[in-house]
Design a protein around this ligand. Structure first.
Ligand code: FPP
Length: 256
């Protein structure tokens, strides 16, 4: 289905008028473990199915013209999971980058990575660097992979960089405002998310994009991530398009 046909289908969900599509969608892909447990399978099985759902979501987002898709693939807190599961999640990321990078590049997708990279094993760092470097000239959808990412950690690193710059005399304390803080985050240059989707029925942010989510719309879906289908994606977008965004003001605004 073409992007235009898909847009028409979303309109048909019941929303009319000129409400805009979200420019940046971020997803907390939750529920792999519960999906597997409910079927008597191992959690590993759930994560593997989760990668299939991830591929479909990336394809669909690109098809319908989303500019930025951010996926929470591994949090800075996920290291506390059993070592086997951590190994599996990291292994899946490596596999995904090795197997899918050529196609992403051919599809004009630009891969970007947020999260702390300095402490990662060399081979993962190299793969993440390669994914960014080999797609840097792509002009289509930006796929932002949040890996070893935590919102508080990111803000802490930004504050440290700003403090260093002040100490070195490159910045004065008066220069510090919200716009300049944004430029020191991992997401510098990336617009704030318009829509944050979380699957699995949980309704919390779990340290994801804390700063950037200030005016995001949230859609929580009662579906485990491996079952997340394009219909669920469209439903979340339709819900977003039906929201009034006021950004702290009083006039309803449906804009990016
Ligand atoms: C939450 O499910 C999901 C994750 C911790 C990470 C999501 C990972 C993938 C979709 C696969 C690997 C990623 C890439 C980029 C290839 P959970 O384990 O917390 O589920 P539960 O809450 O039901 O236990």
């Amino acid at each position: 289905m073409t992007g235009n046909a898909k847009r028409a289908e979303i309109e048909a969900v019941g929303i009319t008028g000129d409400e805009v599509m979200p420019r940046h969608i971020a997803i907390i892909m939750d529920g792999n473990g519960r999906w597997a447990t409910a079927r008597g399978l191992t959690r590993t099985h759930g994560h593997r199915k989760g990668v299939d759902a991830l591929r479909k979501a990336v394809r669909h987002a690109a098809d319908i013209g989303i500019d930025y898709l951010t996926l929470f693939s591994f949090s800075s807190e996920n290291w506390t999971r059993p070592p086997d599961e951590v190994r599996e999640l990291i292994g899946l990321l490596k596999l995904f980058l090795r197997n899918d990078l050529a196609k992403l590049r051919a599809d004009n997708v630009r891969v970007m990575v947020i999260g702390e990279r300095t402490d990662l094993q060399r081979d993962i760092r190299d793969l993440l660097d390669e994914a960014e470097a080999t797609t840097i000239l792509n002009t289509g959808m930006r796929l932002v992979i949040a890996f070893n990412y935590g919102g508080r950690d990111e803000i802490g690193r930004a504050v440290r960089r700003i403090a260093d710059a002040v100490k070195a005399g490159r910045l004065s304390p008066e220069d510090v405002d919200t716009a300049m803080i944004s430029t020191h985050l991992d997401t510098a240059g990336i617009p704030d998310p318009d829509l944050i989707i979380r699957t699995s029925g949980e309704q919390r942010l779990s340290n994801f994009l804390l700063w950037q989510a200030a005016y995001a719309e949230f859609v929580f879906l009662p579906v485990y991530w491996p079952d997340f289908a394009t219909e669920d994606f469209d439903l979340a977008i339709a819900e977003f398009r039906n929201r009034d965004r006021r950004y702290g003001g009083i006039a309803a605004r449906r804009s990016r």
